[in-house]
Design a protein around this ligand. Sequence first.
Ligand code: ATP
Length: 316
Amino acid sequence: MTEPLNAERERPRLAASGPVRVRVPAKINLHLGVGPIRRDGYHELTTVYHAVSLYDEVSARRGDQLTLTMEGEGAGELPLDESNLVIRAATVLAKTAGVAAQARLHLRKQIPIAGGLAGGSADAAAALVACDALWGLGRSRDDLAEIAAEVGSDVPFLVLGGTALGTGRGETISPVLARPTAWHWVLAFATGGLSTPEVYRELDRQRDALLAPAPLGAPDDLMAALRQRDPGVLAAALGNDMQAAALALRPELGDVLDAGTDAGALAGMISGSGPTCLFLARDAAHASLLASTLAATPVCRSAVAVTGPVPGARVL
Ligand code: ATP
C-alpha cells in the first residue's frame, strides 16, 4: 500500500474526550537579519529560527466557555483574557473552522515573558494544536501553520519547529536542510523583559542616526555551517541585527555576554530582541558547566542548558 501524500490530512477526525496536553519549545534565532520597514509597519526579516528544549505546555479540556488559567513564569502578571495569545489562537482557530470556541485551557509556563524566546507565540502554537485535537478538526500541520500566521509572525515556526528559514515578517517558513546534529546551547535569563517594539524602535533610531541602510543578506555561511557538525564553524556564523539595539537599552547585558565568553562559550549573543543571552557550547558536558558557571554569577537571574533542534508544538 502506498503512503498517503499527506498522512496528517488522513487522520480520523475524532474529538478528544479527555484533556489534551501539548508541549511547545522556545525559539532562538541563529541569524536575525532585519531589513527596512515595510508599508504595513513590519520590518522585512531574513531569519533562521531554531527550536530549543525549553518548553511551555498548554492543556485543553472540554468546557462551555473559553477560559484560561496558568502557572509558572509570569503567573499573576500575564492577563488571561482575549489579549493572551493562547485565547487569541483558540478564537482564530474556532472562527476558521466554524466551531464554537469552547475549552478550558491551562498554561504551564517556563519560557520567560518578553525574553526574546517567542514564548507567547509558542503558547499560541500550542493552543492551536491542542484545540485542533480537542475539537477533532484534524487540520494538517501546514494548515495550522497557515492559520498561525494570523496570530503572529513567529507562530507558524513554533507549529513546525526544527531549524527553518523565516522570511517576510518571519511568517513564511521553509525548513533548512541541515545535518541531523544536536547543538548544545545555554540560555541566560535576565530579570524583567524587553519590549520587542521598543527594540525595533531603537534599531531604527540607530540606523537613522548613522544614515545606515538596512540590507538583508542571505545567511549563506550559516546554512553551510548547519550542513556540518563543527560547533566552532557554527559559532562564527551566528548573527543578530537586533543585538546593538538591545544592548543600548540594557547595557548590563554586555556583562552577561562577557561572562559567558570568559567561561569558555564558543559564541555568545542576544536571543532575538533580548534580554535573554544565548551561548553555544561544544557538547552537553560543556553546556552544563557553562550553565552552572553563569547561574552562579550575579549578572543573570538563572541559566539553563538546552539542545536544538527539537520539534514544534506536539500532543504528549
Ligand atoms: P518575540 O521575540 O516574539 O517578540 P518575546 O519572547 O520577546 O517574543 P513574548 O514572551 O512572546 O516575548 O511576549 C511578548 C508580549 O506578548 C508579552 O509582553 C505579553 O504582553 C504578550 N503576551 C500575550 N500572551 C502571552 C503569553 N501567553 N505568553 C507571553 N506573553 C504573552
